[in-house]
Design a protein around this ligand. Sequence first.
Ligand SMILES: [Fe+2]
Length: 211
Amino acid sequence: MGPPPPLKRVQHVGIRVHDLDAAVAFYTGVLGMTVSDRYDPGDNPHNPWGICFLRCGSGHHEISLIGFPKEANLQPSRVGLRGAAVGLHHVAFEAASREEFDRWAAHLRALGVEFVMGPVVHSPAHPEGDGTLGENRAVYFLDPSGNGIEIFCDLAEMDPGTNRVSEAWFRDRLRRDGHSPAAADPPPAWRPGVSSMAGARERSAAKKTAS
Ligand SMILES: [Fe+2]
């Protein structure tokens, strides 16, 4: 038989929330998701928690919000995205294009959503890049329970032969972002055992000394 083929993708995420009503209001009102099913804590004889299943498209759910009884007296997490903790760091939603990403950023600003980081281009090579890895354009904020949320676009396509960001994808993205396709080269492939940030501290220190 051999090992099974690779799994298809990550499809949904279950998130613990401190207040199911507040969470549902945020995921529907701010993120525009649709409720597929919902029950409250105490409704299900098998579980103490309540769940709201929400969808972006036609599948039943991309997010399940897990809410606990009021007696549990849960409070929002104050860890934020930079704090040390175990557990889920953030959930990322994809915008279909750069144009839609920009519209989402404007929509969030208009609703008064506070950005924890971004909008930013995660790239060590892109002319607008922040010098980090990830090869996408992203903005980060928190849900009412303090869970990290990201909206992104333009996640790099990988070349399976070289395990490097696809050169064709990289140059096309430069062009779409208004840069010359020759403005930069895709970042080098990760080498097992070598940090993808190898030399970054030294380069950053040299930059600071020069400026
Ligand atoms: Fe992310």
